[in-house]
Design a protein around this ligand. Structure first.
Ligand SMILES: *Cc1c(COP(=O)(O)O)cnc(C)c1O
Length: 407
């Protein structure tokens, strides 16, 4: 929450000011506290800090003033405008070294051997890897279903009482498939399950999962929250403040995937422009989708903002705007994709997302080059598929670059 006296009512006001505390040396911005340890005035103070009787920093793997400002800011944004029994809704975050570190902390602090996870089949590759290849060795397994179909979700829940946690990622990376957070959370809560949502693609500006009774929200802050592609980072946020201060905190500091102060500083300053950037990203994405839809070299455009996308209704139900990510299929297949990528001038040939610049990737020749054909087809990856993070440049320049590369 903000330290300012009057409550902040606008989204960007919160993004700019929330979480800030007056610096003891009167620096305007939070300093980069590049210090592994923190000192004590006297031995007794050390005793009080270690025993938790006095608040204060001890060791940067356990917490750091620069991380704390980022944690308070993201918590304020995820809780923005929400209330609980008439009072402002509060969540607590723990900043981590990466989105994957945040996901690991979430899963290991909530699950034990014998527990099961219910999840959708389209997930970020690293998340899928940990769920299918790492957790089974610890006795934690997953039921993977098409959670866009609520009947299938309910059936899976009925069949298996060992399911303890529902894990969703919406929109999913990279397919942009969306699942209904409210409906799935309701089904899970009827059985007292824990619900976690990866909100990386949407950011709290476009979507607030805590609105729908979700227990935990995860971000890869590497993407739109940082916004400039300058650092890797992640955060786990929870509504059960006691759990966050005890089990989640102990797991985070023990696993050791802690953030670092320089990256936290970049993140704090990147987030101040989140609303401005997301509005521009999203408006540009809609314009680009409409341009591509009409282009004769393009077979199909996948954008949840277009009414014919199968997840359009779900996206519009829970998101302020369908986002900055889209993909499209070129009629000329693999060679068409390679030729198109080679002709790009301003737009950047790379993977990842959430940066100011427009990024394009061609999975068939890049990320998924060595993946078997049937595996690719499961995720809708055809030879001519191009993925796009629509940036914040002026849209006429993005469209002009695409047009010259398509012709
Ligand atoms: C990138 C990403 C992750 C992993 O985050 P890192 O910061 O790369 O560890 C997790 N979930 C989603 C949806 C992502 O896009």
């Amino acid at each position: 929450m903000s330290d300012k006296k009057s409550p902040l009512t606008g989204w960007s006001s919160v993004a700019v000011h929330a979480g800030h505390q007056q610096d003891p040396k009167y620096a305007h911005l939070v300093p980069i506290y590049a210090s592994s340890t923190f000192v004590y005035d006297e031995a007794e103070q050390g005793m009080r800090r270690f025993s938790g009787k006095e608040e204060g920093f001890i060791y940067s793997r356990w917490g750091n003033p620069t991380f704390a400002e980022a944690e308070r800011k993201i918590a304020s944004l995820e809780a923005f405008g929400l209330t609980k029994n008439g009072s402002p809704f509060e969540v607590k975050g723990i900043l981590q070294a990466s989105g994957m570190a945040a996901i690991t902390t979430l899963l290991l602090s909530n699950l034990k051997s014998g527990d099961k996870i219910l999840t959708h089949y389209s997930l970020y590759g690293g998340t899928e890897e940990i769920i299918t290849n790492v957790l089974p060795a610890l006795g934690i397994t997953a039921i993977i279903a098409d959670l866009r179909d609520l009947n299938k979700a309910e059936e899976a829940l009925k069949k298996d009482p060992a399911i303890k946690l529902l894990y969703i990622e919406t929109p999913a990376n990279p397919t942009i498939q969306c699942v209904d957070i409210e409906a799935l959370s309701k089904l899970a809560k009827q059985r007292n399950l824990i619900v976690a949502c990866d909100n990386t693609f949407a950011t709290p500006y476009l979507q607030q999962p805590f609105r729908f009774d979700v227990d935990f929200v995860i971000h890869s802050t590497t993407k739109f929250l940082n916004g400039h592609g300058t650092a890797i980072g992640g955060i786990i946020l929870g509504r059960d403040l006691q759990f966050m201060k005890t089990k989640a905190y102990v797991m985070a500091k023990t696993l050791g995937g802690s953030a670092n102060p320089f990256d936290a500083f970049l993140l704090i300053n990147g987030m101040k422009t989140l609303e401005l950037r997301m509005d521009r990203h999203c408006n540009n994405a809609m314009e680009v989708a409409k341009f591509l839809e009409k282009h004769p070299a393009v077979q199909k455009v996948n954008y949840t903002g277009l009414p014919d996308h199968p997840d359009h209704k779900t996206a519009m139900k829970q998101m302020r705007h369908p986002g900055a990510m889209l993909s499209f299929e070129l009629k000329k297949g693999l060679q068409g994709g390679i030729d198109f990528m080679n002709k790009l001038n301003m737009c950047v040939r790379t993977v990842s997302l959430g940066t100011c610049d427009t990024l394009l990737s061609h999975p068939a020749s890049m990320t998924h080059y060595s993946v078997p054909k049937e595996e690719k087809e499961k995720y809708g990856i055809t030879d001519g598929l191009i993925r796009m993070n629509v940036g914040i440049e002026n849209v006429q320049d993005i469209i002009a670059d695409l047009e010259q590369a398509l012709n």
